[in-house]
Ligand binder design. Structure first.
Ligand code: 5AD
Ligand code: SF4
Length: 436
């Protein structure tokens, strides 16, 4: 039996898919090369904006053709859209045989048996079940041999007024320290060198179990064999001086942080209920720069939140100019049902959103051009993650992709390299030495 998983959305979803693959492997399933040869197709969905919702429906339209050739093939939908829509989605898409959310992933084997017996197997819970923690014990099947995502918490207790995540992923639940360390040790034994801690609001890890996030950083970095540690996503509100100090103290922590700004105007930040104002965000950036030498930043921006004026938008551009992010993920505001912002007055017109987005991208392009030039001829440490056609690819500690010519045997090595050609989104390097 073969499976095919199509994953949409964030890294949390990607890591969930790695877990689903672990469960499927334990059931004797093997990965299919394409959906056409699968006996089970799973769509792990995202619903953060309207676009990902639409993508799911169009993929379902395509995948349903499999039933013509192979009537026993099963199609399943899981993840955030499944959680948000529940039965309604099953109703809208009769082709779906099984459906579950991130709360029920461990029930996959039962759901498959039910679907094979001809029932529609739908398990969407309102609340996380008591035995949800079981999921941590499933071995995962991973694509990347050297860099691994480790989910350390689920859900989110913030109430950003635009966001569906608290609805789709529930309240904040931190994973226990020992369980995390156990997974990290196993990963390292299997050859992993970079650990990427994941959570919707990872800097809030531990708040619900009485532990500070920096403790997790120290303990993970201490595991012998861990070369690099990253974490996503940090919330500016939870970004304390103690975390910044830990980041500076721990040599394994990479000099990069993704710190979503969302908007630069204090009024809009207030309407979003982000819990900080522009100046506070800039102070956090400054604090991180002081503790972590050479740190780079990336961010998320929402353009055209309800009532956003030209002046408000200028404040966002001002932060971009001042911080000089290495990467900006920008999104047009997308009204999500059942969120407070959905029914706010003053929704911004689509053409205004598009026009502001274009200006934001233009500005960021020029900033990135300058940043790219500043890498030229510098020496960087790379962890070489993949190999194709005589080229090795790796990331700098500051999270920029770079490639260099070399032997496949260098895969998984940490090397020192000189940047010979630096462009906006790629860099060519020359090998100087293999460090470890
Ligand atoms: N509309 C547009 N962007 C959104 N995001 C979250 N919700 C919405 C929405 N309703 C963006 C935020 C978040 C990122 C993952 O997606 O910028 O940080
Ligand atoms: Fe999308 Fe959020 Fe779900 Fe991730 S958690 S898949 S970003 S809705």
């Amino acid at each position: 039996m073969k499976y095919y998983i199509k994953t949409f959305g964030c890294q949390m979803n990607f890591n969930d898919s790695e877990r689903l693959r672990g469960i499927l492997r334990s059931m004797g399933y093997e990965p299919a090369q394409s959906w056409e040869e699968a006996d089970l197709i799973l769509l792990n969905t995202c619903t953060i904006r309207e676009k990902p919702d639409q993508k799911v429906y169009s993929h379902l339209g395509e995948y349903k053709k499999i039933k013509e050739k192979k009537p026993t093939a099963l199609i399943g939908v899981c993840g955030c859209l499944a959680q948000r829509m529940g039965e309604e989605l099953a109703h809208k898409a009769p082709v779906v045989d099984l459906m579950f959310s991130s709360y029920n992933m461990h029930q996959l084997p039962e759901l498959i048996s039910q679907a094979q017996a001809g029932y529609r197997a739908i398990a969407i819970l309102e609340e996380p079940p008591e035995d949800e923690d079981k999921l941590w014990d499933f071995p995962t099947v991973r694509d990347n041999q050297f860099c691994a995502y480790v989910t350390v918490m689920k859900g989110c207790d913030k109430n950003c007024t635009y966001c569906v995540v608290p609805k789709t992923r529930g309240r904040q639940r931190s994973r226990g320290l020992e369980s995390i360390l156990e997974e990290v040790r196993e990963l390292v034994q299997g050859g992993v060198r970079e650990v990427h801690l994941l959570g919707q609001n990872v800097t809030a890890w531990g708040q619900d179990i009485g532990l500070p996030f920096e403790e997790l950083l120290y303990r993970v970095a201490e595991v012998p064999g861990v070369e690099r540690v990253r974490f996503t996503t940090g919330h500016p509100k939870d970004m304390t001086e103690r975390i910044a100090r830990a980041m500076g103290d721990i040599p394994q922590i990479c000099e990069h942080i993704h710190l979503p700004l969302q908007a630069g105007s204090d009024r809009i930040l207030g309407l979003m209920d982000r819990g900080y104002v522009k100046e506070e965000y800039l102070e956090k950036v400054q604090m991180l720069r002081e503790y972590v030498k050479g740190i780079t930043f990336s961010t998320d921006i929402i353009v055209g939140f309800p009532t956003e004026t030209e002046e408000d938008f200028e404040e966002t551009l001002d932060v971009l100019r001042r911080v000089r992010f290495e990467q900006v993920f920008s999104f047009k505001y997308s009204p999500r049902p059942d969120t407070p912002a959905y029914s706010m007055e003053g929704q911004v017109k689509e053409e205004v959103k598009s026009e502001r987005m274009t200006r934001l991208l233009e500005l960021q392009k020029s900033i990135i051009g300058d940043i790219a030039r500043s890498y030229q001829n510098t020496e960087q440490e790379l962890l070489l993650e993949s190999y194709e056609g005589g080229k090795l690819m790796g990331r700098t500690r500051t999270n920029r992709w770079a490639s260099l010519r070399g032997e496949e045997s260098l895969l998984g090595k940490v090397v020192r390299a000189k940047v010979t050609d630096s462009r906006a989104f790629s860099m060519e390097c020359e090998l100087l030495e293999v460090v470890r």
